[in-house]
Write a protein that binds this ligand. Structure first.
Ligand SMILES: *[C@@H]1O[C@H](CO)[C@@H](O)[C@H](O)[C@H]1NC(C)=O
Ligand SMILES: *[C@@H]1O[C@H](CO)[C@@H](O)[C@H](O)[C@H]1NC(C)=O
Ligand SMILES: *[C@@H]1O[C@H](CO)[C@@H](O)[C@H](O)[C@H]1NC(C)=O
Ligand SMILES: *[C@@H]1O[C@H](CO)[C@@H](O)[C@H](O)[C@H]1NC(C)=O
Length: 514
């Protein structure tokens, strides 16, 4: 994997870190693996630039990070009895399910399978967490370092536990909103118009979709309550940094301790490295421009059938295609398509001749496309990707394809649609304008709130009182039950009175008759 930072940047950041530039605070980090780390890294780099000392608590089984390579961060490696290989196998199993099985199964069968997979991931999480808590020496060392804040990704639970153990305030950075933001963060999410993540719904739902949404929320509540995640997560976090913004989200209620910082990693395009320059320069790509294609950092290999099908579709385009793919070279690869192990995605999307982006719908990639105003063809696979593409589709900036039933012609048609029909480009540019028109840039806001928590040792004044209520108090079920009982008693008494009067009247009338 090519590191996210170029060598020169690392050197500069490293120098800053060593010199202890400024008089910053100390930040402890509990990261999540893969693309989640890539996003967090941008925040951490900015913290280093502003003179803070960043220490990453790193389980030895993490795939994306290598603590021996030069880095502006310090690492506390936690040895865990899980190898990188075991971790990779587990993730592969999860991905296989998501690529090839999830959509083929019924909703409930697939939810059951997800629960099984989560159980396995939960087991690994528990082992890692125990390893940290068991390690007295490590905990003592961390305590002695007097950190000012802990920054964690709730995808890797237990950050909140360490924060409590070490007695330091705590900030989450997160994209997902399945149960953790709603149940744990107390974020109001009316199921009637706030779609649950991962089901690919929008804010315009039919009756059946609202029913589905309602049941999915309920299912996630049970899930979170089962693992006791809700109580812990809700007691701990001061600020939630959400990796989306109103260019992407549907309007919805939110709380003062939620900050929407989507696209914080996006930057103006830098000049392309030589190898990409030649291929994508106007002269070579011609009037048709280029198409950028990536299924993300986690997809190494497709089946031969799928990769050939995709390559055949790409070969029919008049555009040049740059495809990020690590698997076997497909036989049907056209002369207009080139495969790369890695591409400078942000810089390519910002290139003036880029016409479209074929994406799996990861939040990082979608935000780069929004930033540069590029229409998308989405082939969502798993996790929040269906949801992300559904947002872009609803906003008219993307066409969605189903990976499991994908045909060559579908991909050709989808690309021709987003490229020929100018409404897609216009909508993408509209989102881009909304994204750029903010008083303070997302990265600055993210860092501001982390520094705010460091300065004030928390942000308790922003926490809603909802955290002290039980679920039936929160929904006013006790009040409703009380009112219902009162009404029922009132109606009962009234009915009895009426009955009594009627009988009396009846008796009097009867007596008069006699
Ligand atoms: C980490 O980096 C070092 C030095 O670059 C290298 O020797 C080692 O193999 C790497 N380890 C892993 C697990 O990638
Ligand atoms: C949990 O994971 C460990 C290590 O991968 C494995 O040895 C153990 O059997 C797993 N336990 C359960 C209950 O799945
Ligand atoms: C869309 O544009 C492509 C060239 O980019 C062209 O081959 C195709 O025929 C066009 N389709 C329609 C429906 O206009
Ligand atoms: C372009 O796409 C929009 C949105 O899907 C559609 O309403 C419109 O009819 C399309 N225009 C053409 C010329 O196909």
């Amino acid at each position: 994997m090519v590191p996210a930072m170029a060598g020169k940047e690392v050197a500069v950041l490293w120098l800053l870190a060593v010199l202890g530039w400024g008089s910053g605070g100390k930040v402890l980090v509990w990261p999540a693996d893969n693309s989640h780390w890539l996003n967090m890294e941008y925040i951490l780099q900015e913290l280093v630039v502003r003179g803070h000392e960043v220490t990453v608590l790193l389980p030895s089984c993490f795939l994306i990070l290598n603590s021996t390579q030069p880095s502006p961060f310090q690492f506390e490696v936690v040895d865990v009895p899980i190898t990188k290989k075991e971790m990779a196998t587990l993730l592969e199993e999860a991905f296989y399910f998501w690529f090839y099985q999830e959509r083929a199964l019924s909703v409930w069968a697939s939810l059951y399978r997800i629960a099984q997979l989560v159980y396995k991931l939960e087991n690994v999480t528990k082992i890692i967490c125990d390893e940290v808590l068991k390690n007295e020496a490590l905990l003592e060392r961390l305590k002695a370092s007097t950190f000012d804040v802990l920054l964690a990704d709730p995808l890797a639970p237990s950050g909140e536990l360490f924060a409590e153990k070490l007695g330091i305030p705590f900030v989450y950075t997160i994209r997902f909103s399945v149960g953790n933001t709603r149940l744990c963060g107390g974020l109001p999410s009316p199921p009637s118009y706030v779609p649950a993540s991962t089901r690919g719904l929008t804010d315009q739902m039919s009756f059946v979709e609202r029913l589905q949404n309602f049941l999915f929320y309920f299912y996630m509540d049970l899930f979170f309550l089962k693992y006791h995640l809700a109580t812990l997560m809700s007691t701990a976090s001061e600020i939630w940094l959400i990796r989306t913004y109103w260019d992407f989200e549907f309007p919805r209620p939110f709380l003062p301790n939620f900050e929407f910082v989507g696209g914080l990693h996006c930057q103006p395009a830098k000049p392309l490295p030589k190898v990409f320059q030649l291929y994508s320069a106007i002269g070579c790509s011609g009037e048709h421009g280029i198409v950028v294609f990536s299924l993300g950092s986690m997809i190494y290999q497709l089946t031969d059938e799928k990769s050939n099908l995709i390559a055949r579709a790409l070969s029919q385009l008049p555009q040049k295609v740059l495809w990020r793919y690590k698997g076997k070279k497909p036989e049907t690869l056209g002369s207009n398509t080139r495969i790369y192990d890695w591409i400078p995605q942000n810089d390519l999307l910002g290139h003036p001749s880029t016409k479209a982006f074929i994406t799996h719908g990861g939040t990082n990639g979608i935000y780069e496309a929004i930033y540069h105003g590029i229409p998308m063809v989405g082939i969502p696979m798993f996790a929040d990707q269906h949801d992300n593409i559904a947002h872009m589709r609803a906003k008219g900036a993307a066409v969605e394809l189903d990976f499991s039933t994908l045909k060559t012609q579908d991909l050709v048609d989808a690309l021709n649609t987003v490229i020929n029909n100018s409404t897609y480009k216009e909508n993408a540019l509209r989102l881009s304008k909304i994204h750029h028109d903010q008083p303070v840039k997302p990265l600055d806001r993210a860092v501001f709130w982390i520094e705010f928590v460091m300065r004030h040792k928390g942000a308790k004044h922003l926490r809603p009182a909802a955290h002290h209520l039980t679920w039936y108090q929160y929904h006013c079920l006790d009040v409703l039950a009380f009112l219902f009982t009162c009404t029922a008693i009132g109606v009962f008494i009234l009915a009895k009175c009426c009955l009594f009067c009627c009988r009396r009247c009846g008796r009097i009338a009867k007596r008069k008759k006699e």
